[in-house]
Ligand binder design. Structure first.
Ligand code: SF4
Length: 75
């Protein structure tokens, strides 16, 4: 059975200047964030998540030590 896509998604952005690749976001949302070995910054696997991941994303935003992640509100 395939999952039906949700109507609402939450967009996010990372400020590469602020990110120091600590990887905390990767631990919390590994299907969204990845830090390849040797990379100076995190890579986004997707720029939006399903609304059901909003709470986890908000937690990542709160816990990022450099405040590099932001939620982009909009359509
Ligand atoms: S938690 Fe913040 S500083 Fe760490 S890898 Fe993620 S975006 Fe970069």
């Amino acid at each position: 059975m395939t999952e039906k896509p949700l109507a609402h998604s939450v967009h996010l952005a990372v400020d590469a200047q602020r990110c120091h690749s600590f990887g905390l976001c990767v631990a919390l949302l590994p299907h969204v964030f990845v830090v390849p070995p040797g990379s100076p910054t995190v890579i986004l696997l997707k720029t939006s998540v399903d609304e059901r991941d909003r709470a986890d994303l908000e937690e990542v935003v709160r816990q990022c030590p450099t405040q590099a992640i932001s939620i982009v509100e909009g359509p």
